[in-house]
Design a protein around this ligand. Structure first.
Ligand code: PMP
Length: 353
């Protein structure tokens, strides 16, 4: 801390992401990345963009990518915003829709970046306790003063909230923006994007980092009423006109358009997830019914902390949060079948000790 810092810099409490260890042969199940490569068409599109045109700034309006996202989601381009990862869009959203002095609501167990944005943008917040089984009590989100934000499916619980509940939250917050962070929605059933046509206070945020295997490219997008998108554009253009570079624009567009590859990889991960849940349950784990590319699990006799430490020693990384009431849970990203087999074998050997 220095006297030269602004009050904003002083009050910031930065987010700490999962470890990124630079080591070969590690089984990395700790940051919900996709275990499969991006579509070959993404690599081709990026390669084609590498050349003389890198002299030139990328498109500030990102029309090509926005059109592809709009087409896939059956909305118009004016309903689409693109940012440098969905984290950046979340930051713009806090600036665009939430107000100092008006508390926003989010679940007490959720994506831990929300309180970070709230602190830095000076937005007061109230956390809504999840039920004991980690489901969201919809009514508790009614009538917020400043807005609502939650992931669906929630992280790290992996639980999905149905569209009827989301619609009820929207109807009971008509003068506030409700942000549904759908980072993991492609591993669930139905997106809330269709509700953006009926509800002008709904902003849905998605990412290319998980289901489209592009965490390294940093592309996220938001879908909502034109006026919400306009507010996000105002924030972007007051900050950086070109937050998404040419390579990312080209790669993300190709990813959005290769629907066949996307569906194949997503369903492969879902199949591995279900198999992993079965195997973990057979080993005595309580596993929440996941609608994501990770599972959230606890065991009565094997402590999560011990398990995390043991796996780490064997070069298998999972995420352990260590704060009650989730301090006996580990979050395990779904890897390839081979990686999950190694992970399960390691657990069997710990349990046999
Ligand atoms: N929302 C949630 C719930 C997440 O778990 C993540 C990934 N850490 C993000 C948003 C951000 O994803 P990205 O910035 O890679 O798009």
């Amino acid at each position: 801390m220095s006297k030269l810092w602004s009050s904003m810099a002083k009050r910031a409490e930065p987010y700490i992401p999962g470890e990124q260890i630079n080591k070969e042969n590690i089984i990395k199940l700790n940051t919900n990345e996709n275990p499969y490569p991006p579509s070959p068409k993404v690599i081709e599109a990026i390669a084609a963009e590498v050349g003389d045109q890198l002299r030139l700034y990328p498109s500030p309006t990102m029309d090509g990518l926005r059109a592809s996202i709009a087409e896939y989601n059956n909305v118009s381009q004016q309903n689409v915003f693109v940012g440098n990862g969905s984290d950046e869009i979340l930051a713009f959203s806090f600036m665009a829709f939430f107000e100092p002095g008006k508390p926003i609501l989010f679940p007490d167990i959720t994506y831990s970046f929300y309180p970070v944005y709230a602190k830095v943008f000076d937005i007061p917040y109230e956390t809504i306790p999840l039920r004991e089984n980690f489901t969201m009590e919809t009514e508790a989100f009614f009538g917020s003063q400043g807005g609502v934000i939650f992931p669906n499916p929630n992280a790290p619980t992996s639980l999905y909230l149905g569209l009827q509940d989301i619609e009820a939250i929207l109807q009971h917050n008509q003068d506030q923006v409700v942000i549904v962070d759908e980072a993991y929605i492609d591993f669930a059933t139905e997106s809330a994007v269709s509700l953006t046509k009926k509800h002008d206070n709904l902003l849905v945020i998605q990412t290319m980092s998980k289901s489209r295997a592009l965490a390294g490219l940093r592309v996220g997008f938001a879908i909502g009423n034109e006026q919400l998108i306009e507010a996000l554009i105002r924030m972007k253009d007051s900050f950086n006109s070109y937050p998404v570079d040419r390579l990312a624009l080209a790669g993300a567009k190709a990813a959005m358009e290769d629907v066949t590859y996307f569906q194949e990889m997503t369903s492969k991960i879902i199949t591995t997830r279900e198999r992993t849940i079965k195997s973990l349950s057979a080993l005595g784990f309580h596993v929440l019914p996941s609608a994501t590319n990770f599972v959230f699990a606890s065991h009565d006799t094997l402590s999560a902390k011990v398990l995390y430490g043991h796996l780490r020693q064997q070069d298998i990384l999972v995420r352990y949060f260590g704060t009650p009431p989730i301090d006996n849970y580990v979050r395990i990203s779904i890897g390839t079948d081979e990686e999950m087999d190694e992970f399960l074998n390691e657990i069997k050997s710990v349990l046999a000790k």
